[in-house]
Design a protein around this ligand. Structure first.
Ligand SMILES: [Zn+2]
Length: 260
C-alpha cells in the first residue's frame, strides 16, 4: 500500500496559512529564509501528516479515504525538528493536540497579517482555565470544615439557566455555594463578590430551597493587608439578607497544611 503524500499545492497552502512558521506553539520558528546564493532560498519546513500517510504510521486512521489523507485537512506545517518530534510520541502528540496547534498557528498568522481578523479565538493565556493551586487548597480546607466532599467547578441549574461556582456542597435543603477570590496584594474584585451575593439572593435554584454562600479569599499578598480585605468582604456580606460566611486563608499556610 502506498503513502498518501500531499501534492505540492497542498504543502504550499498549508505553509502559507501559518505564515511559514512552525505550528508547534513552543517552537514557532520561521521555516524559510535566504541562502548565501541570492538566487536561492532555504526551507526547513515540512507539511507533516496529522494522521499517517500509510498504515503503521503515527496516528494512522484507516477510516480516512486516500483523498482526505492527502488533503490540507490532514496536514500541519512544522519545522523539521518538530515534524520528527511529533512522530516519536503519538500519545503526547495526538491528533487533537496537532489540530489545536494548527488552529492556534493559523489564528496567530491571521492576527499578524491583520486580515479578516475582527474576531479571533480567545487564547489560553487570556482565560482562567481551571482552579489555581490556591483555590484547590481552599476547597480542601472547606472539605475538612464541612466533613464532606466539595465539588469544584460546578454549574448549578437555576430557572432557565445555570450559575457557575468555584465549589459547591449541600447543607440540609440549601445549596452551599463557594466563591473563591485570590488576593495577590492588590485586593480582590469586590464587585464580583457583590454580584455573587445578588445572584444567591435573587435566584431560585431548581433543586434547593435557598443558598448559603461561602466567600473565600486566598491571600499571598502582604500579611498586614489581609485584615482590611477581610473587613471589606465581611461588610459586603453583612449588608445582604443572604446567609454568607467569609473565610480568609494564607496560601502558604494552606500549602504547609496540605503538604503542597
Ligand atoms: Zn518547530
Amino acid at each position: 500500500m502506498g503513502r498518501d503524500e500531499f501534492p505540492e499545492s497542498v504543502k504550499r497552502r498549508v505553509a502559507d496559512r501559518v505564515g511559514l512558521h512552525c505550528s508547534n506553539p513552543e517552537c514557532q520558528r520561521i521555516t524559510s529564509g535566504p541562502a548565501v546564493d541570492p538566487a536561492r532560498s532555504i526551507s526547513v519546513g515540512v507539511a507533516a501528516h496529522i494522521t499517517a500517510a500509510a498504515p503503521g504510521g503515527p496516528r494512522y486512521r484507516p477510516d480516512l479515504s486516500p483523498t482526505l489523507r492527502a488533503s490540507a485537512e490532514n496536514a500541519i506545517w512544522l519545522c523539521q525538528t518538530c515534524s520528527v518530534l511529533i512522530d516519536r510520541d503519538e500519545v503526547r502528540f495526538s491528533e487533537s493536540v496537532l489540530r489545536e496547534w494548527r488552529t492556534r498557528a493559523e489564528d496567530f498568522a491571521a492576527k499578524a497579517i491583520g486580515a479578516g481578523a475582527r474576531y479571533r479565538r480567545i487564547a489560553a493565556g487570556e482565560i482562567r482555565q481551571e482552579l489555581s493551586l490556591g483555590a484547590l487548597l481552599a476547597i480542601k480546607a472547606l472539605e475538612e470544615e464541612f466533613g464532606c466532599h466539595v465539588e469544584s467547578n460546578v454549574h448549578v441549574p437555576a430557572g432557565d439557566g445555570w450559575v457557575w461556582f468555584d465549589g459547591a456542597a449541600v447543607r440540609g435543603e440549601d445549596l452551599v455555594a463557594i466563591d473563591i477570590r485570590e488576593n495577590h496584594g492588590r485586593g480582590v474584585p469586590y464587585f464580583q463578590i457583590e454580584h455573587m451575593i445578588e445572584l444567591c439572593r435573587t435566584l431560585k435554584f431548581d433543586r434547593f430551597q435557598g443558598c448559603v454562600l461561602f466567600l473565600v479569599v486566598v491571600s499571598d499578598g502582604p500579611l498586614e493587608a489581609d485584615a482590611a480585605v477581610e473587613q471589606r468582604v465581611k461588610a459586603i456580606a453583612g449588608t445582604s439578607s443572604v446567609e454568607a460566611y467569609v473565610r480568609m486563608f494564607r496560601l502558604n499556610d494552606l500549602r504547609a497544611r496540605f503538604g503542597m
